[in-house]
Design a protein around this ligand. Structure first.
Ligand code: ADP
Ligand code: GLC
Length: 483
């Protein structure tokens, strides 16, 4: 096996900094790639949490003025992950969420903050760190989108580049004047084949235009984003570049998500002990103040509360939940309006609806282990990870038939003995309600329900094979660039 060195560039990496699934992917993929002969190092910004976790990291490079203040590049490791950290205090030494202020607004200098990250990625690509000269630079989402752009415009021998889209809705859009300030050719800001995007510049567009290969996180999403609607302004570009675009499904870290060893759940269980889930259900009901009813159909939701996730539609489906004797355990944070509406629903229906607003990793595990079904009614979903965890924990997924949800859940009405859950589409409150009713009916047919759970548990949701697809892509890229 030809060894490959890859520099991954990501703005969040589990277990150090996480706001969503990108961190899970960036944290798990490097480990899984080792088995495929890929040596991956990940570059991330030196936020306070990162500096705390990497106290022992060594300095590789120091700059008196890096984008307006002193900066350093560090190399270190945490929890089996090999990392480069860009420590530039005037850009990253800020508490809380990596992208927004305490008031929830984008930091006004986000353009410079993530240009700086991409600039150093490109320099590592050119050999800044002699001990690690990558064959491929792999950029994740808009925050890393300029890495392929810098490598392109530097006009020097360079590694291959891959741009991965985790979410088309976040495009990193800025004023065209920024280009000159961050050391990119000013002309590129006005070039449709460069950074230009509807009169401004977009870091995601730059990456999609200038990377050698593009991937996204499921085959269905790879098709959807080539449409005008799913492409969110970039569908035309992606249609033009369809020959270098592919969808590779995400996996989950099956050592973090393992119901046999999970430290966060009340009762650990394996496939032959599904009945023990009832202890987790009771613990979840107790913890959230839900009525202690073992036979109530308990729905779980673990999600960012944003338009993407379709949770406003679930509020409209509330009559079905209440009328049919179901319970709902929701854990999420995000849009203030949705937070308020779920809290109001919980107040209005104590014992039936519980809403925990916030981010709580331990509770997320208990919801997976204790709910009967896990609900993901997204309007669009590049891949989605919670339904993969649910499959592994015996919580039957009920999902909309979009993106990676369509690729990972097989509907009970269509898939016969291979069925793992319930899917619905188009994404409307009516279709969601109908799916909930179908699932509730199946829940009361114990053998049928157990068959769904067992098929879910037998599904491979790990990174093992999927990492192999990335490894093949890196090798293919190296060969084609040499050829
Ligand atoms: P996205 O990246 O769009 O938010 P994913 O399903 O890919 O969606 O990944 C979400 C990740 O974040 C999962 O690991 C999920 O368990 C976790 N998560 C989401 N919301 C919360 C929360 N409120 N508390 C704990 N974990 C959460
Ligand atoms: C994004 C998407 C989600 C995906 C995750 C990791 O945040 O919204 O669908 O699973 O990235 O790829």
């Amino acid at each position: 096996m030809m060894p490959v060195r890859v520099l991954a560039v990501a703005s969040e990496v589990y277990p150090i900094v996480k706001t969503g699934g990108l961190a899970d992917v960036a944290g798990a993929l490097p480990m899984a790639l080792k088995a495929h002969g890929v040596e991956m190092r990940t570059l991330m910004p030196g936020y306070p949490d990162v500096m705390r976790h990497l106290a022992g990291a060594g300095e590789v490079r120091r700059w008196p003025d890096y984008f307006g203040g002193p900066g350093r590049l560090l190399a270190g490791a945490h929890d089996g992950l090999d990392l480069f950290v860009l420590d530039v205090p005037h850009l990253y030494a800020r508490p809380g969420n990596p992208y927004v202020t305490a008031e929830g607004l984008d930091w006004p200098d986000n353009g410079v903050r993530f240009a700086a990250l991409s600039r150093v990625a490109a320099d590592i690509g050119h050999g800044l760190v002699p001990a690690f000269v990558p064959d491929v630079v792999h950029a994740h989402d808009w925050q890393a989108g300029l890495a392929p752009a810098y490598l392109h415009y530097d006009n020097a021998p360079r590694p291959g580049t891959v741009m991965t889209i985790h979410n088309m809705a976040y495009q990193g859009k800025f004023a065209p004047e920024l280009a000159g300030a961050i050391g990119l050719p000013r002309d590129a800001a006005f070039d449709v084949h460069g950074l230009e995007f509807f009169g401004g510049i977009s870091f995601l567009k730059a990456g999609l235009q200038l990377a050698d290969r593009i991937t996204t996180v499921s085959p269905t999403y790879a098709r959807e984003i080539q449409s005008d609607e799913g492409g969110m302004g970039l569908g035309g570009l992606l249609r033009e570049r369809a020959n270098v675009l592919s969808g590779i499904l995400n996996g989950i870290d099956v050592s973090v998500w393992n119901p046999r060893t999970d430290p966060h759940i009340a009762y650990r269980f394996g496939a032959d002990e599904l009945s023990f889930r009832s202890a987790n259900k009771a613990a979840l009901q107790h913890r959230l103040g839900l009525d202690p009813r073992p036979h109530a159909f308990l729905l779980g939701v673990i999600s960012r509360l944003s338009w993407q996730k379709g949770l406003d539609l679930l509020l409209e489906a509330m009559p079905v939940i209440l009328g049919d004797g179901m319970q709902l355990a929701l854990l999420g944070s995000g849009d203030a309006d949705l937070q308020d509406r779920y809290q109001a629903a919980a107040r209005a229906h104590p014992g039936r609806i519980a809403a925990v607003i916030g981010y709580d990793e331990a509770l997320a595990h208990l919801i997976q282990a204790g709910s009967d079904a896990l609900l993901v009614p997204s309007r669009f979903e590049p891949c989605g990870l919670t339904q993969l965890c649910a499959l592994r924990y015996g919580a039957v997924p009920i999902v909309s038939r979009v993106g990676g949800l369509a690729d990972t859940v097989d509907d009970a009405g269509e898939a016969g003995s291979a069925a793992t859950g319930f899917t619905f589409g188009p994404v409307t409150p009516e279709n969601l309600s109908a799916a909930l009713e179908r699932a509730s009916f199946a829940f009361h047919d114990k053998p049928a329900w157990r068959a769904l759970q067992l098929a879910g548990l037998a599904t491979d949701v790990s990174w093992r094979n999927r990492a192999g697809e990335y490894a093949a892509l890196y090798r293919d890229l190296m060969v084609s660039r040499r050829g």
